[in-house]
Design a protein around this ligand. Structure first.
Ligand SMILES: [Fe+2]
Length: 275
């Protein structure tokens, strides 16, 4: 049977690549350490498959078709289409069709209805963390795209439910497979709106604290605060999927630092998953 062996979260943002060399040395070192620590743990867990829960940044979907959730079931997916991601070492990232289709079928059986793609472009949301984590061997990547960009968005409660359902689906896959989940996005940032560039550190720190409290407290806080904490902060939905999958218990905060140069509150987290 497949096992969920780890759940992780990391921020992403284009400037983590484009402004990397211009970052203050101490911040660059902490970001590097945060990403690499998650990479080390994903490798140590002998992850065969990494379910990467990420938004799509208009790379696959546009206003004519915005799925709430899309699961990539292809043999492989394309590397990032952004020109500034051209240094990313993989043009093609192998998937795991049998496992991914199992996730889709189990979701449907439980009343969740993802859309399905046989070929996705994995943009910077997926590939910046993969790149910065420095994995020597890339696990097979099963993308789970969660709309965190274009309202109406899946509710926070639904994202938690998705995570719980994902954990059940992983546990019922009949082959031996070590599966980790990597949520990417958040924490606070503001893109293309009047508050562009703002980081809401108080929001980030309280959100991180509430991941260790009851789910209702976390959801209540986010519902109240997300509308005034920058549109990019909505990407915390991906963290909620990982949180739900890991059983809703608090995670170990690997690091958090607001990085004005990349206009993102950058967080790195590892959940304790059930044995
Ligand atoms: Fe993003």
């Amino acid at each position: 049977m497949a096992s969920l062996v780890g759940a992780f979260a990391a921020s992403h943002g284009p400037l983590l690549i484009r402004e990397w060399e211009a970052l203050p040395a101490d911040q660059k070192q902490r970001l590097k350490s945060g990403f690499e620590e998650l990479g080390r743990r994903i490798a140590a867990a002998r992850s065969d498959v990494l379910v990467v829960v990420s938004p799509d940044h208009w790379s696959n979907f546009f206003l004519d078709n915005v799925p709430a959730v899309c699961i990539g079931v292809g043999e492989s997916n394309d590397g990032p289409p952004e020109p500034w991601m051209k240094g990313f070492p993989h043009r093609e990232l192998p998937g795991h069709p049998a496992f991914a289709l199992h996730l889709v079928r189990e979701a449907m059986t439980e009343g969740f209805e993802p859309s399905v793609s046989h070929r996705l472009k994995l943009d910077h949301g997926v590939c910046i963390p993969l790149w910065r984590m420095g994995l020597e061997r890339l696990p097979r990547i099963v993308p789970m795209i969660v709309n965190s960009i274009e309202p109406p968005l899946p509710t926070l409660t639904r994202c938690l439910a998705w995570g719980k359902q994902l954990a059940r689906a992983i546990a019922s896959f009949p082959e031996n497979l070590n599966v980790s989940i990597l949520a990417t996005g958040g924490l606070s940032h503001s893109i293309g709106e009047p508050t562009m560039g703002a980081i809401y550190e108080d929001f980030d720190r309280e959100t991180l604290r509430l991941f260790g409290r009851a789910e209702s407290e976390l959801v209540d806080y986010l519902e109240r605060k997300l509308p005034s904490s920058g549109n990019g902060s909505e990407e915390v939905r991906n963290w909620l999927v990982a949180h739900g999958a890991a059983g809703g218990r608090g995670f170990e905060l690997v690091d958090y630092l607001p990085v004005p140069k990349v206009i993102v509150g950058c967080g790195f987290a590892a959940w304790r998953v059930p044995a």
